[in-house]
Design a binder for this molecule. Structure first.
Ligand SMILES: Nc1nc2c(ncn2[C@@H]2O[C@H](COP(=O)(O)OP(=O)(O)OP(=O)(O)O)[C@@H](O)[C@H]2O)c(=O)[nH]1
Ligand SMILES: [Mg+2]
Length: 476
């Protein structure tokens, strides 16, 4: 990790706080509408579940123009929480909101977490709990659920387990969960969930790494944290948090940059840890902490037509890149599917009054067809599991041994990802949450089953490189 460049005001804050046992860190950017509830829940959790420890809560904000930091500072103080919960903690909770510095000129969620890691390490905490600031469903208990396994169970990394609506968490469901499971053998269902517990030991390990990249300073941070914990051999568990309810996002319109940052980080780490994952076959359950809950997360609307239209648009500009990154048979299958996606989306758009290119409603806002209506109109589209797995494995080979930069390859994957997500939404439209979850498991098993395909291609690439000379990326 690049050496600490904390500005003097943050160093002074650390000196003022001195020491702490447990810290809750909250990264934020334009979350004035929701962060107040997160701060209150976190404060209550610290006071109620850890009344004898020295607690601190730190908000690391991006300098949000919407008054996020003011909300944090003006939210009811810890004394109010003590009153309503009738608890008398040994130590008064310290609460801080600060603007975090960029890391090597790059700001983002990861840069915010870097500051939180450095502060937590300097305060010598036993546990750092990180929670997102757009959460609606956080309860005080979440703090215990995320810190308890560290304090009581000796774990170093606590990943969240929550019920998410069947169309939410698409990057997790299609890439990070199955790839982490197939590569490293741990079934961590939410490797980029955003809400984590980290032990003091693991914090120090994070700070000692030199694998930090600009993508890690953004949304690559979550998969970096999970993968670094796994490759470092730390004790990992999951914790049952109930439902994740947060600011909703449509995968076709909101998630492109996040996808690129997460997947680039995952690929770079896979490249650097090949000697570890090559030896691993199969996978095992990861222990889960906390009482089981049954909750229905609120539904989320997805514009299936736009996803299919964007998949098709990819062929217009990216076919050459796809050719360099996909094995010829997989490339052909993708091109055929993209063609089909385009025709189906166009026919459906004409029928429903939607712009075929952009997927936008011609009638303007209001009275839009639902996700189900849209999906019914393109119900013939199907992107097979095994093709998706091979696409991802081909991408891993290209990212480690090919000539193109990882970022460029991942940007080229985005339209294919949209096609895959569109297909999943269409197939899951009549399924319950549990049934959709079974599909995610089926796909994850497919990633494991086809791992020999990856290993074989990897070995061939290593061999080809040794014949050609050490110029390929993996040898750098
Ligand atoms: N400090 C900081 N925080 C950010 C930035 N971008 C996002 N965040 C925070 O990171 C958290 C997650 O961001 P979201 O946009 O909610 O991401 P998400 O799609 O919900 O991601 P998942 O919850 O992992 O599915 C929120 O608390 C954001 O406020 C940033 O540039 N700086
Ligand atoms: Mg969110």
């Amino acid at each position: 990790m690049p050496s600490s460049a904390l500005p003097p005001e943050i160093k002074e804050e650390i000196a003022r706080l001195g020491c702490a046992d447990i810290m809750v860190g909250i990264p934020s950017y334009r979350n004035a509408a929701t962060i107040g509830h997160v701060v209150r829940a976190a404060q209550a959790g610290l006071v109620q579940y850890f009344p004898d420890l020295r607690p601190v809560l730190v908000n690391a904000d991006a300098g949000s123009p919407d008054g996020t930091q003011r909300v944090v500072v003006e939210t009811e103080p810890p004394g109010y929480i003590e009153q309503i919960l009738l608890v008398h903690p040994t130590n008064r909770l310290a609460r801080v909101s600060l603007t975090y510095p960029e890391v090597d000129g790059v700001g983002g969620k990861g840069a915010a977490l870097r500051t939180l890691f450095e502060m937590a390490a300097a305060l010598e905490v036993e546990a750092l709990v990180v929670v997102d600031s757009d959460l609606r469903s956080i309860l005080p208990e979440w703090i215990e659920l995320l810190a308890g396994p560290i304090m009581k169970g000796g774990y170093d990394f606590v990943a969240p387990l929550y019920a998410r609506y069947k169309y939410d968490g698409t990057i997790t469901n299609t890439v990070t969960y199955p790839v982490t499971r197939a590569l490293y053998g741990h079934r961590i269902r939410q490797p980029i969930g955003g809400d984590f517990g980290v032990s003091g030991d693991l914090l120090r390990h994070y700070l000692a790494q030199d694998t930090w990249t600009p993508e890690v300073s953004r949304f690559g941070i979550d998969i970096w944290m999970t993968t670094t914990a796994l490759t470092g051999g730390f004790a990992v568990c999951q914790t049952r948090l109930g439902a994740k309810i947060h600011d909703p996002k449509d995968p076709g319109s909101d998630l492109g940059p996040m996808f690129r940052q997460v997947v680039s980080t995952l690929l770079t780490m896979a490249r650097d840890n090949a000697d570890r994952w090559m030896r691993i076959t199969g996978s095992h359950d990861v222990p889960a902490y906390g009482f089981e809950r049954y909750v229905e997360p609120p539904p989320l609307e997805v514009n299936t037509l736009r996803l299919l239209a964007q998949f098709h648009s990819g062929t217009l500009t990216l076919t050459d890149t796809w050719r360099t990154m996909l094995r010829p048979d997989n490339l052909n299958s993708c091109l055929l599917l993209a063609e089909e996606a385009g025709s189906l989306a166009e026919a459906a758009a004409n029928k429903l009054g939607i712009d075929g290119e952009s997927g936008e409603w011609l009638a303007g806002p209001g009275n839009h067809p639902s996700t189900d209506d849209l999906s019914d109109a393109v119900s013939g589209f199907h992107f097979p599991d095994d093709l998706w797995v091979r696409v991802i494995y081909d991408l891993m080979i290209a990212a480690s041994f090919g000539d193109l930069a990882v970022e460029k390859l991942v940007a080229a994957l985005v339209p294919i990802y949209f096609g895959r997500v569109g297909s999943l939404v269409i197939e899951n439209r009549r399924l319950s949450g549990d049934q959709a979850e079974e599909r995610v498991e089926r796909q994850a098993r497919q990633f494991e089953l086809l791992k020999p395909y990856l290993v074989e291609r990897w070995k061939e690439a290593v061999h080809a490189r040794s014949v050609a000379g050490p110029t390929a990326k993996a040898a750098e």
